[in-house]
Design a protein around this ligand. Sequence first.
Ligand code: NDP
Length: 619
Amino acid sequence: MGVSASGKSTIGKLLASELRFPFFDADDFHPEYNIKKMASGQALNDLDREGWLLELNDLARREPNAIIACSALKEAYRILLRKDLSKEVHFVYLKGSYEQIYDRMTEREGHMMPVSLLQSQFDTLEEPSDALTVSVSLTPETIIKQIMNEINPKCDFGLIGLGVMGKSLCRNLINNDVKLAMYNRFVAGVEEGVAADFKQAYNLDSSAAFEDLEQFVESLNTPRKIMLMVSAGPAIDHIIEELVPLLDEEDIIIDGGNSHYSDTKRRMEYLNKEGVHFIGTGVSGGEEGALKGPSIMPGGNQQAYEQIKPFLEAIAAKDKNGKPCCTYIGTEGSGHFVKMVHNGIEYAEMQLLAELYQLCRFGKGMQPEQIADLFESWKAEGLDSFLLEITANILREKEDDKYLIDLILDKAGNKGTGNWTTVAASQLGFPATMITAALYARYVSAHKESRKQAASIFRFEKSSALDCSLDDMREAYRVGRIINHHQGFELIRSASDTFAWNLDLSAIAGIWTNGCIIRSELMERLIEPLKEALPILLQRDQLTILKTGRENLTALNISGLKAGFNLPCFTAALNFLNGYTESKGSANIIQAQRDYFGAHRYQRVDDHSGKTYHTVWSN
Ligand code: NDP
């Protein structure tokens, strides 16, 4: 409602489309007599309007879910409009000053109400006390938002677990205009008012904060969309158990933590029986990524995903072409599997940089800042990546006159995803040797006390005269990274084939080009080649790099090992490349040994039928 030209039709149509209700313009229901009267410059009186209002009341009776744009200027008119209606009627009053409306009327043509009648409209107007009053000076989008909030105060998305990641994701969702409900558990004396405090600290006024799970669930529109950002493991099962009795069929739970893909499959099967959808999604990018835009890897039921897609795409990082770094991965726990391999690739990428740092620092005698310069210079050589960049930044960091890196204990932690990737690769029979080497390097580092003891006994010296060049290092790094990416993507392909997930490797590379820890120039270059069914190492583009780069990789390894350095990832890369590219290997000895002690049989090179043989070995 509102005077002529207050924007009733524009707002009404937008609202109708938002709510998927039919729209009616009350002007279309005026009898001929009223139209003529207004056109002749005469104002309508109460009697003129009565029949028209009753006609609209009848319309509202026939169309109980409808948006009607009607001036409804007097309280008596509004009483007539809502007379005997069984459903709730909301009035939205579009309020503007005489001057504002006058300007609008003079700007528009062809309206049946002449400008001269505007004053009579304002004279007639009795402002409603029970309507939502909205200023006409706001944009139509803001007006619609205000109206929607009024008629439907429930939230569209819920997030459980306000830890590091949960808080950042909440802020990201709210920044993207999502009506959000936030929940953190209540533990007396330990975790109290977490959600409310967080809401207050960041002025998240549009959101709702809870520590009562039932109220949280009740605050959500159905089908509910609830994202869990809690510690992976039993906490997830625990929350699911608490949630299930409160949910309705078709509600959707999204686990955004680093859960194991087999747990995700198990939870999905359990929740399916309860009629609740479960989406397991990888979220990469750490705290900052979660706030500014992570890379998101959702897996599970595709129809359920379509319902949460607008939320996930809104908060995801955007790639070079502005596309969200979020794509439906596949069924079952495939989203979490892909996130797990992402972390595995990350382990090896980090380890390669750690090994390079050691060679430069102690084999070449370079200062951390010089190594930072070197790494930065590689950005222009096609090696740009988030991890290279942050490593250079780390090497420049000082505390007083000391490099911070020298004050950090050389004992690597881990949260288990590298371990899972290594186990999964083993179970699938796929040689993800660089990820495994990087994981074991962390384990070796973690045994600090034993290392110190052994160092004092053996007293091995590292030579400070490393005889490979900085160019060797750069090219070895280039090749090492290609091999690491080859192994990571082939591991995903292997799982996809085994579990019939039908994963799109190119799309996965696409969502890894921004927002996540392994974003890099190389990842961008892999999008096209990964459209082919051919593994990365067999792609023509890589041939020259690998052929010449192998020499650099060999030089780095030989000189590094000779000088006494520990190079688990670079040696794994070279060994894999050598093994992968040899048509005749040493496994004939293994087969013979197996047959010798266990009669495990072997195949012969001169028989292609697949037949197996056993030898009665003479000794
Ligand atoms: P935090 O430790 O910061 O937060 C964990 C959250 O889980 C807290 O809100 C905690 O509540 C809640 N929680 C733990 N146990 C329970 C339980 N039994 N019942 C209810 N709530 C519980 O972890 P992060 O935010 O770092 O990580 C969350 C998930 O995201 C993990 O799976 C993690 O692996 C994954 N992840 C983390 C990344 C990172 O960079 N940190 C990156 C990508 C994924 P309370 O405060 O009450 O204890």
